[in-house]
Design a binder for this molecule. Structure first.
Ligand code: DSN
Length: 415
């Protein structure tokens, strides 16, 4: 009897979690999701992420015997980087990890070395810096309030605490100020120049960054987390061939499991591998690595490429509707999957946070965002960021996006 009570209690406790998961599933099904960094994964990605691979420890990298077996099946696979696991029983894990690498090379049309183990984008950036920099070295990156990312040198993040940061930003029109970036590079002689952003709606000119990096003798790193899907689909110029290191998450436009990746030139492969393990992580999350492999397979399909084309078209359509209604858009438009509405001139009585909260009450989810020359605190912000990757996965058309813009305007006008 006591045992049954115990089991019942345990089930009630578990149900508390499963009930909350069910509620979140319902929220995701019912809400309009406009957060530019979110997406909805396929059933196959979920299946791999929820698989028994979570039971396996696999510190290290595929064994030589596994690599040879893999190459017999996939003769065009060229192995780079570290070799050898610290645990037995890794033959299936090895195959999946090698397949993930192989398929990501195909997805991005690159022969760069791929490390598929970073647990997140932050972990990927941490390991990428560790691979080529010493504490105190200078990084030149885009400032957070101009669209950069926390791990690109924010003073409250490990990056800003470990390295000396110099920032470039955007010009008066909201575009990256390449001249300013070059001037700062010549002045501070950084060890690494970083391109990439989490709130920038225009094409990033990687070739221009690479030229400056070469001029000052710096490593060139690209964090393509937001635009990875567009790079894979050919809707944004590729950083491969220009950057020494490319990091990304796998869960934004790439539409995969939550996680990170590092690509690098072959000569940096061992440095990058050892910065991930044992440098900054222990055992890989091998169920997540399997889900990444599925993500890579999906990114290689014509259906995925067509999806990304629709994301770009949908984003333009919604942005255009806002412009026609008189909203101020940073840079005046978008080339990718997101855009930023600047409320500071058109709606000075509203903060981004107020708009975010009011839209939440109407089942529309987005996030407040700082705008260039921000006057409010980041907690309030003067803008909102809108992305269409998730709703395009749900099947939205350009007409749906325009209708949603009008609905948002109706809600904002009533505030
Ligand atoms: N937090 C993510 C975003 O929303 O862009 C970046 O890591």
């Amino acid at each position: 009897m006591r045992r049954r009570v115990g089991r019942a209690w345990r089930n009630t406790v578990k149900d508390t979690v499963f009930d909350a998961i069910a509620r979140e599933e319902q929220r995701q099904n019912n809400n309009v999701e406009l957060i530019a960094s979110e997406n909805f994964v396929s059933a196959d990605v979920l299946r791999a992420a929820g698989s028994v691979l979570t039971n396996k420890y696999a510190e290290g990298y595929p064994e030589r015997t596994s690599i040879e077996a893999f190459q017999r099946q996939y003769p065009d696979y060229v192995h780079t980087g570290s070799v050898g696991r610290y645990y037995g029983g890794c033959e299936n894990i090895d195959f999946i990890e090698l397949y993930a690498r192989y398929m990501f090379q195909k997805a991005f049309h690159t022969d760069y070395h791929v490390n598929v183990q970073p647990h997140s984008g932050s972990s990927a950036n941490l390991a990428a810096y560790m691979a080529v920099l010493q504490p105190g070295d200078t990084i030149l990156s885009m400032s957070l309030d101009n669209g950069g990312h926390l791990t690109h040198g924010s003073s409250v993040n490990f990056s800003g605490k470990t390295y000396k940061m110099v920032f470039y930003g955007v010009d008066d029109n909201g575009y990256i100020d390449y001249e300013d970036m070059r001037a700062k590079a010549l002045q501070c002689r950084p060890a690494l120049i970083l391109a990439g952003a989490s709130a920038y709606s225009r094409i990033i000119d990687f070739a221009r960054f690479a030229a400056v990096a070469q001029e000052v003798g710096a490593y060139f790193m690209v964090d393509m987390a937001h635009i990875a899907g567009l790079v894979a689909a050919g809707d944004h110029p590729s950083p491969f061939g220009l950057a020494d290191i490319v990091t990304t998450t796998t869960h934004k436009t790439l539409r995969g499991t939550r996680g990170g990746l590092i690509f690098c030139r072959a000569e940096l492969a061992r440095k990058v591998d050892s910065a991930v393990f044992p440098g900054s992580q222990g055992g890989g999350l091998q169920h997540v690595v399997a889900a990444k492999a599925i993500t890579a397979c999906e990114a290689c399909t014509p259906e995925y490429v067509a999806y990304i084309h629709r994301v770009v078209a949908n984003t333009r359509a919604m942005c255009d509707e806002f412009i026609q209604m008189g909203y101020q858009i940073v840079t005046g438009g978008t080339d990718n999957h997101l855009f930023l509405i600047d409320l500071s001139n058109t709606h000075p009585h509203l903060s981004g946070r107020m708009v975010q909260d009011e839209l939440d009450r109407h089942g529309i989810t987005l996030n407040k965002n700082c705008v260039p020359n921000e006057k409010r605190s980041p907690r309030d912000a003067s803008g909102v960021r809108i992305g269409l990757a998730a709703m395009t996965t749900k099947g939205w058309s350009e007409a749906d996006c325009r209708a949603c813009a009008r609905k948002i305007d109706e809600i904002i006008r009533a505030m």
